[in-house]
Design a protein around this ligand. Sequence first.
Ligand SMILES: [Zn+2]
Length: 369
Amino acid sequence: MDRQTMKNQNHLNVIRQFTHGERMTRQELTKRLGLSRPTVLKSVDELLAKGVLCESGALASTGGRRAKTLSLNAEGWHVAAIQITRKHVRFALGDLFGEIGDVEKQTLPFRDETEWYAELGKRFEVFLGQEGAAPEQVLGIGVSFPGIIDWQAERILDSHVFHIEQVSLDRFAKYLPCPVVVVNDANCACLAEQNQDRAKYFYLSLNESVGGAIVSDHKLVEGSHCRAGEVGHVVIHPGEKMCYCGKAGCADPYLSTGVLLEDFDNIDDFFEALSAGDAHAQAIFEQYLEDLTILVSNIDMLLDTDIIIGGEVGARIEPYMARLTEKVSALDRFSREVDYLHACRCKTNSFLKGAAICAAGYFDWRLLK
Ligand SMILES: [Zn+2]
């Protein structure tokens, strides 16, 4: 890690201690972080000079000098989020707590070429300008990307969606004007579900492709090859439908949204027809729930934790959760009651929200630059 990266990381570590409105002295902060005192004090001084932290009041003291307390001055500071999909990019500006504002969607089909990254950088700067924010006020950008990302190597290992392998994350860092963190899209959506009372869960992402992510002790479980939770390629019907990964019978070809859209223009049309009692939509969805039941039941046997049904399907599945739970219960030989299934809470822009949360430094991300 170079010096600038290290410095940004230290800043984020400090900021992260204050994102629930905490106030504490330098001494308490040093203790919490478990870093050397000079490192923490240096970071604090720089963040005070930038105006990100402020000194406020003093804690009641038992005598002698009263120590000033530090808190987060969220005013005027931002994080940003960028979502990259096949044909579009989306931008959003967020506050230091990871809450995002309006989303801007632009057409920019992804190409792994210098011109594309340069164009992304240019458009992002225009977006910031429109939002009235300067790059210096943005502490970090979280980028949601559909691919397997290796942190240690700072590379995208593989993206089936874009047919690319071994792409250095520097390409993003080079053209974006702020520190950058690039995160797998399902991991972003997963983190958007995180909150104080959810320390452990599995997030099942049901979109154009199927993915998943595991959170344990408020942290993402990445796995030895950065692909923990990729349940789209768990086989549920051996030897049957071909998956884009080259295997037959994976969950992906049974549970991606394409299955629902064979005779419908888009996902909203499908769910409208379903709720209006359209027999064709009902037959499709009944089979979909059958296949989902097998996958969910397998995940439960492996992890024994809350399972959140997310993605475009998860955002619309609430009225059908009772039916799904009933089906899963029929397979469950261990629980008296199936109480571990939940529809996602974050129903729109979950990729951007999760990316903003990553940029706000809630997790152990390494920022590039
Ligand atoms: Zn597969």
